[in-house]
Structures are given as C-alpha cells and as structure tokens.
Design a protein around this ligand. Structure first.
Ligand code: NAG
Ligand code: NAG
Ligand code: NAG
Length: 124
C-alpha cells in the first residue's frame, strides 16, 4: 500500500512538472533551415545565428533584431529575427544553417523544437 501511494505521488509530481514546463516554453514547432537572402530586416547571411518567424507572428509587430532562444534536446541557440517565413506554420521557425547546426546535423532537415523570445539588453 505504501509503495502504491509513493508511485502515485511520483507520477503526480511528474504531471505537475510537465505542466510547468509547458507553461514555460511558449512555442513548439518545426525548425528548419534556409538561405537568408533579401530578408525583411535587410540582413542577409547564412553564417550568423539568424531566423525567420511565421508571417503571422512577424506581422504583429516589427520583430527585426528580436532575440529568440531555440531548444532541441540539450542543445540551445540564440538567434536574431531577420525575416518572416511565409512557408511556416504559426509556431515554426526557419534558421540559418549556422544556427541549425548548433541544434542538429543539417541532414536532419526538419526537427521539432521549442522556442521563446528572450529579453535583449536595452540598446544605447
Ligand atoms: C505579412 O505582411 C506582408 C506585407 O504586408 C504581407 O505580404 C503578408 O501576406 C503578411 N503575412 C501574413 C501571414 O499575414
Ligand atoms: C540566450 O540569451 C539569453 C539572454 O541573454 C541568455 O540568458 C541565454 O543563456 C542565451 N542562450 C544561449 C544558448 O546562448
Ligand atoms: C514532430 O511533431 C509532429 C507534430 O506534432 C509529429 O507528427 C512528428 O512525428 C514529430 N516528429 C518527430 C521526429 O518527433
């Protein structure tokens, strides 16, 4: 009986922990990579850590230079928003190759990751 109750307690802790984690990571979507040319923010590079967010998110406000942290398993990379991604679903991101390679091998193609905006230090 005691063991049984311990097991129940263990699993309810897991469920609570899972709910907290879900609350913390706001976005969960497909992470891909692409070439960054003629971007909306005027930054064209495949070597820097940059990303494009879905048009729905990008159009809400001027997101140029916003910082996003993307997590995939134990790997994380911070990327700067430089474009909108017309092929992305709401929660998807597309990254520069340099940034994608921090998370996974390019041969993975598309991965499921989690991400969120991180505050940037105020400029000037
Ligand atoms: C975002 O705004 C651009 C420019 O106004 C427009 O062409 C595009 O269709 C919009 N995308 C979405 C998903 O609203
Ligand atoms: C991303 O930036 C935030 C805020 O500066 C920082 O706390 C975090 O460690 C950075 N993450 C990575 C993976 O560099
Ligand atoms: C990624 O997420 C989608 C949608 O939730 C799912 O169908 C797919 O199996 C996932 N892929 C991997 C590799 O986990």
């Amino acid at each position: 009986m005691t063991i049984f109750l311990c097991i129940i307690a263990f699993f309810s802790d897991l469920i609570i922990a899972d709910k907290l984690n879900l609350a913390k990571r706001d976005f969960e979507g497909k992470i891909s990579y692409t070439d960054f040319e003629n971007t909306a923010c005027g930054i064209n590079t495949n070597d820097k850590y940059v990303c494009a967010v879905s048009g729905d998110i990008f159009n809400k406000t001027s997101l140029c230079n916003s910082l996003i942290q993307v997590d995939y398993g134990l790997n994380s990379v911070n990327v700067t928003v430089v474009d909108s991604c017309e092929d992305c679903n709401y929660n998807d991101l597309t990254l520069s190759q340099a940034a994608f390679q921090v998370l996974a091998d390019l041969s993975a193609g598309v991965i499921n990751g989690t991400w969120n905006f991180v505050p940037t230090s105020p400029s000037q």
